[in-house]
Design a protein around this ligand. Structure first.
Ligand SMILES: [Zn+2]
Length: 420
């Protein structure tokens, strides 16, 4: 049965590529959130073509506008599709369909989905329309070879992961639209790695207030730039604190991961800034990464307290602090039977031992694991250059990943993993 399925998938390589090319050619760039309806419409049609029950869930405008003020011109929506085979358990597969904007000089148009050798190029080819095409291809392969999955399959294709996922995966989890026991988030690890979580992140925007004055009389103003320099200098000891061994998180294969802080990724003054003016205001960002041994709330308290203290000494700095992105870290126990069942499918196809790794970047997995309270893994096809130039995905890895998803769907319960 496995052989028949795998041969069927190998023979369908060109169809798999064509299906991914069609997805890449719809530029669902976020921000601002372009062409969402077009892509969701196409996926809805494909899922119905596979006999799945589908539901396009529109995020109500008033709700969407709290997160995305321009949601009236760029509506937010998610697609849920189910293949119910009457099994006891249901596995949810999630992939986001938004892509980051294109920048830099590409060797070909970023949405032409050009194929060269084993690579398919394009924005979203790796992050993560590859996973959408691969997942639907695996489902089709089961149907075309007459093989039933051992669990009910529920898929969601969600928006806005690249901007935090609140209106995408966050929305469907909170509204109770995920009716599953386990989740596979189709990114976050590739090859012989099985993703078991990710770092959290906190983005703060700090506004330092000064007072404008003529540069010939600097004493009559308050220099917001100099105040910012003092504040940033006073925050430096945080780095030492984070580097301490007791703050480290150890991954299952013994790699240490520490909290990190990056200050000033974005910084700006005001439009009134001039050489001969005392600067009145500075805004800068802080990016704090939160390993799975920490909680978001404690990390935020610690950082806000450090900023408060730094404002008081060495000198009086007036600053406002606003959080602009808050994502909880998450970690799944690799000994979970569900995780082991998925790992077994990876081993079967790749014929090598696997490793369990939490990724340093964040994905939507935490919505399902932390808020939806279900065990989950992250796994998708291998590519390169996500968020960069000449983003591409390996076509042979698309095929392998399709085999892994299909094998998992058919064999996950071989040792009774999903019946416990
Ligand atoms: Zn992604």
């Amino acid at each position: 049965m496995q052989k028949k399925l795998h041969t069927h998938i190998e023979n369908g390589k060109n169809a798999l590529c064509a299906s991914l090319q069609e997805l890449v050619r719809i530029p669902t760039v976020n921000p601002p959130g372009n062409h969402y309806a077009e892509l969701v419409g196409l996926l809805d049609e494909r899922c119905r073509g596979l006999g799945m029950k589908t539901q396009i869930v529109h995020v109500p405008l008033d709700e969407a506008q709290k997160v995305v003020p321009h949601a009236d011109s760029h509506p937010r929506m998610n697609l849920i599709a189910r293949w119910d085979v009457g099994a006891e358990k249901t596995v949810h597969f999630n992939a986001h369909y938004d892509v980051v904007p294109v920048s830099g000089k590409w060797s070909a148009d970023a949405f032409s989905a050009k194929i060269d050798g084993d690579w398919l190029y394009g924005r979203g080819s790796d992050d993560m329309k590859d996973a959408i095409a691969t997942l639907l291809f695996a489902i089709a392969a089961l149907q075309e070879t007459g093989v039933r999955p051992v669990f009910n399959i529920e898929c969601s294709f969600t928006c806005d992961e690249e901007t935090g996922g609140e209106l995408g995966a966050g929305e469907i989890v909170r509204k109770g639209l995920v009716q599953a026991d386990y989740v596979v988030n189709c990114e976050g690890a590739t090859g012989l790695n099985v993703g078991i979580g990710h770092n959290g992140v906190l983005w703060l925007e700090v506004t330092v207030h000064g007072k404008a004055a003529h540069a010939s009389r600097p004493d009559s103003g308050i220099n917001a730039f100099e105040k910012t320099a003092e504040l940033v200098t006073a925050l430096q000891p945080l780095k030492e604190r984070f580097a301490a061994s007791e703050r480290a998180f150890k991954t299952p294969d013994g790699i240490e991961r520490h909290p990190t802080i990056n200050i000033g990724g974005v910084f700006e003054g005001t439009s009134g800034d001039k050489v001969n003016t005392v600067p009145a205001q500075v805004i800068f960002s802080i990016d704090r990464r939160i390993p799975p041994n920490e909680r978001l709330r404690e990390a935020e308290n610690e950082l806000r307290m450090a900023i408060d203290e730094a404002c008081q000494s060495p000198s009086d700095v007036k600053a406002d602090v606003k959080s602009i992105l808050r994502i909880e870290p998450c970690l799944v126990n690799p000994t979970e039977p569900f995780v082991q069942a998925f790992a077994q499918a990876v081993r079967t196809v790749r014929r090598n031992p696997v490793k369990f790794t939490p990724t340093s970047g964040f994905t939507d997995l935490h919505f399902f694991v932390e808020e939806g309270k279900m065990p989950g893994v992250g796994y998708g096809p291998r590519g390169e250059g996500a968020h960069g130039i000449n983003e591409r995905v390996s076509i042979s890895d698309l095929v392998k990943t399709a085999k892994i998803y299909a094998t998992f769907m058919v064999e996950a319960n071989r040792d009774g993993e999903l019946s416990s």
